[in-house]
Write a protein that binds this ligand. Structure first.
Ligand code: MLT
Length: 388
């Protein structure tokens, strides 16, 4: 047998696993240290009561012969797909429930979707970016073209007519930078994709954090996007499902064969999300559940404000935090990202994510998340301001 040689082109370990290992090693040497984790974007607030109630009811159903369920539809139960369509309708986006595919999260779908695309396709990926986009294409051996995000364009690169690509990845509000495209900017991408017969993979995992009402929260709010874009979203950040696992992908019929191919792929390789989880997910979109998750989102955004205020006081350049749980800052004193990571961990016991882990253009930058308790964020910022 031969291994997939493309895997040898990957970095040794996935970014967040590498960070987790560094922190573990540090704690082994400093067992009493009180570490505050603002690294991986993992939620800290518990699931909201509406979700818990729905899941408890579903558990009871599963223990009763009359209501027990075995295999469900691979693409998700109709009740959840319809609830998601209802959510999009509030954004003025009309979807059919067979355009929505429920999954265990955006990360899996963003990788798996590549199954239905030819290996010949070229891929355009902003740098810096969520490492999964690049890693999954490296695994498959596709040609990747990077476009530059930088302080000059607020880490929101726009299409370049001289660069052609078949698949374009966009994430807004962005991971890792927290910047968000406005409608005019997204329209440029949609027009570019339509002109070049490309497909946009739009990762909207952080849409719930958008506060500025003028900003789009779905690419389908842009004219023409239903003819060129697949949208990936997740309840991980929206509703605290990082450990519960549920997300969804929208593949519009107007994309031609892609909807059928994705259904074919999913029915073959995926057995669906557990019924209990899907009932919990459905509750997220109820009036009660939605009000509850919005309270949690406000809590995280308050934390983001604390981080932003600290950075402003310290005179450190940053973006993000207003419409996103992520803040992307320039490392003080021209430090390199991993050096700043080590310094912050050693001196302040605070964990963040080195910008270099998100791409070449991330070097010299650093990401902190607002996902923690207010007390911890305040404490982390106090420690942070002292080490400079
Ligand atoms: C992150 O920290 O970038 C995210 O938590 C990773 C993810 O959503 O998979």
């Amino acid at each position: 047998m031969n291994v997939n040689q493309n895997f040898l082109n990957l970095k040794d370990s996935y970014l967040f696993s590498a960070i987790a290992k560094k922190v573990k090693d540090h704690l082994a040497k400093n067992p009493d240290k009180q570490i505050i984790r603002l690294g991986i974007g993992d939620v800290t607030l518990p699931l909201v009561p509406a979700v818990i109630n729905a899941m408890q009811q579903a558990v009871a159903e599963m223990g009763n012969a009359g209501t027990f369920r075995g295999y469900g539809e691979e693409q998700g139960y109709a009740f959840l797909r319809q609830a998601i369509c209802g959510y999009y309708a509030k954004k003025n986006v009309k979807l059919n429930d067979d355009e929505v595919f429920v999954s265990d999260g955006a990360k899996s779908d963003l990788g798996n979707i590549l199954d239905i695309f030819s290996l010949d396709n070229s891929v355009l990926i902003p740098d810096p970016v969520y490492p999964v986009y690049a890693d999954t294409n490296i695994m498959a051996g596709r040609k990747i073209i990077y476009i530059n995000g930088n302080a000059e364009n607020n880490f929101l690169p726009l299409p370049d007519k001289n660069i052609k690509a078949d698949i374009i990845y966009l994430c807004s509000p962005n991971n890792p930078t927290g910047s968000a495209y406005n409608k005019e900017q997204l329209k440029l991408w949609v027009d570019y994709a339509l002109e070049n017969n490309s497909v946009i993979f739009f990762d909207s995992a952080y849409e719930i954090f958008v506060q500025d009402k003028t900003l789009p929260t779905s690419i389908y709010q842009i004219d023409g996007a239903e003819r060129c874009a697949i949208e990936f979203c997740s309840l991980s950040k929206t509703a605290g499902f990082t450990g519960t696992r549920c997300g969804y992908t929208v593949v519009p019929h107007k994309l031609g064969a892609l909807n059928k191919l994705w259904l074919r792929r999913q029915t073959t390789k995926f057995n669906g999300v557990p019924y209990i989880v899907q009932r919990g997910a459905e509750a997220v979109f109820s009036d009660e559940g939605f009000a509850q998750i919005k309270t949690n989102i406000s809590y995280y955004l308050e934390n983001a404000k604390v981080i932003a205020e600290t950075l402003k006081k310290m005179g450190i350049w940053f973006v993000g935090g207003e419409n996103s749980p992520y803040i992307w800052l320039k490392c003080p004193n021209e430090m390199k990202s991993w050096d700043f990571f080590d310094l912050l961990l050693e001196k302040a016991g605070v964990v963040g994510t080195p910008g270099a882990g998100f791409g070449t253009n991330g070097e010299g930058f650093f990401r902190v998340t607002a996902f923690n308790s207010k007390e911890n964020v305040v404490e982390a910022m106090e420690r942070f301001s002292k080490i400079r």
